[in-house]
Design a protein around this ligand. Structure first.
Ligand SMILES: NC(=O)c1ccc[n+]([C@@H]2O[C@H](COP(=O)([O-])OP(=O)(O)OC[C@H]3O[C@@H](n4cnc5c(N)ncnc54)[C@H](OP(=O)(O)O)[C@@H]3O)[C@@H](O)[C@H]2O)c1
Length: 164
C-alpha cells in the first residue's frame, strides 16, 4: 500500500516559504503514529524544511542534484526510483510531500491520509484537487482547537474507487 500523508487548509494550501502553515501537535503525533517504522519519501525541499532525518523511518529524498550527500538519508534521482527502493524495504510506504512530489504521485498511490485544517491561510504551495470520481472518503475524525492546537481539524482517509 502506497499512501500520501498531507495536512492542508480549506483551499488545499500546504506551505509558505518552505514552512508549514500551522502548529498542530496532535497532527504531528498522528503523522508519527502512521509513518513510524515505514519508509517515507519526500522532495528535497521538504527534507530541507524538516532539517533532519525523521527518526525510526527510512528517509528517501528525491532530488535531481547528484552532488550532495547527507548522513541518515537515501537520495534518489526520480520518483520511480524512490518507490522502488521503498518497496524493497516494506509493503507500507508513505509519500510525505511537498507540493511538487504530491502532484506527481497522486495517480500512483492507493490511499490519502489527509489532515484537513479549518483555516484559510496565505500560501505558495498547494495540494492537488481531490477528484471525487477517483477518490472516496472512507473515514473522518474531527478535533476542536484547544490551547495547544490553534485550529479545528479533521483526520480524513480517502481510498481510490475501484473500477468494476
Ligand atoms: N502540509 C503538509 O502536509 C506538507 C508536507 C510536506 C511539505 N509541505 C510544504 O511544502 C513545501 C515544499 O514543497 P515544494 O513543492 O516546494 O517542494 P518538494 O516537493 O518538497 O521538493 C521539490 C524538489 O524535489 C525534487 N524533485 C521534484 N520532482 C522530482 C522528480 N520528478 N525527479 C527528481 N527530483 C524531483 C527537486 O529537487 P532538486 O531541486 O534538489 O532537484 C525539487 O526541487 C514547504 O512549504 C513545506 O513546508 C507541507
Amino acid at each position: 500500500m502506497t499512501t500520501i500523508v498531507v495536512a492542508m487548509g480549506e483551499k488545499n494550501e500546504i506551505g509558505f516559504e518552505n514552512q508549514l502553515l500551522w502548529h498542530l501537535p496532535k497532527d504531528l503525533k498522528h503523522f508519527k503514529e502512521i509513518t513510524s517504522g515505514h519508509p517515507v519519501i519526500m522532495g528535497r525541499k521538504t527534507y530541507e524544511s524538516i532539517g533532519k532525518p525523521l527518526p525510526n523511518r527510512t528517509n528517501i529524498v528525491i532530488s535531481r542534484k547528484n552532488d550532495w550527500f547527507e548522513e541518515g538519508i537515501l537520495i534518489v534521482g526520480s520518483i520511480k526510483e524512490a518507490i522502488k527502493f521503498a518497496k524493497k524495504i516494506d509493503e507500507e510506504i508513505f509519500i510525505i510531500g511537498g507540493g511538487k512530489i504530491y502532484e506527481q504521485t497522486m495517480d500512483l498511490v492507493d490511499k490519502l491520509e489527509i489532515t484537513l485544517v479549518k483555516a484559510d491561510l496565505e500560501a505558495d504551495t498547494f495540494f492537488p484537487k481531490i477528484d471525487s470520481k477517483i477518490w472516496k472518503k472512507t473515514d473522518e475524525i474531527c478535533h476542536e482547537q484547544d490551547e495547544k492546537n490553534q485550529y479545528d481539524f479533521c483526520f480524513q482517509t480517502y481510498e481510490k474507487i475501484k473500477s468494476e
